[in-house]
Write a protein that binds this ligand. Structure first.
Ligand code: SF4
Length: 330
């Protein structure tokens, strides 16, 4: 594997794990001594390099959003370690980390307080971090952030309310509120899934432009492999809390090796998809993180499963430079 040098790495997760107590209903919770544990993220290693867009692709319930939140300490990991800009993130480092690492959520309708004007929404992170000393500074920084997010001229948006904007403009306001702190890393969780198809490409182009101009790296979380292929340098495929395959975007969309990735690629509408690949429709239950199968967790749905898959979990290992796969048959 092309090992990134320390200077190349923006953020790195090692053995990241997130476990929740599963609520079984009020009565059962009150009278039962035992809580069911759900391991939403199960020991993930992931490195994101300078200026890189890495997509995390998976079905709902795969743990991809929980992983993104854990990476930013918005949920507390039960195990593992996160290094950001070459420093292990501890409580002491948290304030600085929260300025440099931001999250964009999928729903711009819910992310923005309808009672607040755009100027106050975008200025809020500056206030929280004590980075404003005057009203002029607030005006200047918010206007700059709005313009960086493509809302030009910024002054025209300052005193408007979210309901006066279109869906695409609201998502740009969400992006401006992340940009105002000059982040080095952003977790973008399904940032275009709630938007009209006509504005999705604009927001994706904006993300790439910001990567190039402002040196921002991204973890792009999506259920849509074709979007991931369009925007990413590398793609990681996640299933029930683990990474099944990770590699360069072109390779994952073309020469992927894991049966789960193959199934996703076979139904992907991207123009560069290999045309000789037959459509593979997965059968069986959709993933339930509270009931992870023994052995390879994908085996109940895998068309290639052999006996060994039912008892022995495969490990994620390098099969080609920068290409890792977790499957006994690869
Ligand atoms: Fe399928 Fe077995 Fe490979 Fe898992 S290890 S993906 S069950 S072939």
């Amino acid at each position: 594997m092309n090992k990134p040098s320390k200077e190349d790495v923006v953020i790195q997760a090692k053995g990241l794990q997130v476990t929740f107590d599963k609520h079984q209903g009020l009565i059962k919770d009150l009278f039962s001594n035992s809580q069911t544990k759900v391991t939403a993220v199960d020991g993930i290693d992931l490195t994101i390099r300078n200026g890189e867009i890495v997509s995390l692709v998976g079905e709902s319930g795969s743990g991809k959003t929980t992983f993104g939140k854990a990476l930013l300490h918005l949920v507390i990991p039960s195990a593992g370690e996160i290094t950001f800009e070459d420093q292990i993130i501890t409580q002491k480092e948290m304030r600085k980390f929260r300025q440099r690492a931001q999250m964009i959520f999928q729903d711009p309708y819910q992310s923005l307080n309808p009672k607040h004007m755009i100027i106050d929404i975008v200025a809020e992170p500056l206030l929280v971090h004590g980075l404003l000393s005057s009203e002029e500074e607030k005006l200047k920084k918010v206007t700059e952030a709005l313009e960086s997010a493509g809302l030009k001229p910024g002054e025209q948006y300052l005193y408007r309310y979210p309901h006066e904007l279109s869906g695409g403009q609201r998502q740009r306001v969400v992006i401006a509120a992340a940009l105002v702190l000059h982040p080095h890393f952003i977790v973008a969780d399904e940032p275009v899934s709630m938007l009209d198809v006509s504005v999705r490409a604009d927001i994706l182009n904006l993300m790439v432009k910001l990567r190039d101009e402002k040196d921002i790296s991204y973890l792009f979380i999506t259920h849509d492999l074709s979007l991931a292929w369009l925007i990413s340098d590398r793609i990681a495929i996640m299933y029930l809390g683990k990474i099944m395959e990770i590699g360069p975007a072109e390779l994952i969309a073309g020469e992927c090796l894991h049966p789960y990735t193959k199934a996703l690629v076979s139904v992907m509408p991207a123009p560069k998809k290999r045309t000789d690949r037959k459509r593979m429709v997965l059968t069986g239950e959709t993933p339930d993180p509270s009931r992870i199968p023994a052995g390879c967790r994908f085996h109940p749905r895998c068309p290639m499963a052999v006996d060994r898959c039912r008892t022995e979990a495969p490990v994620l290992r390098e099969v080609n430079p920068d290409h890792l796969v977790s499957c006994h048959l690869v």
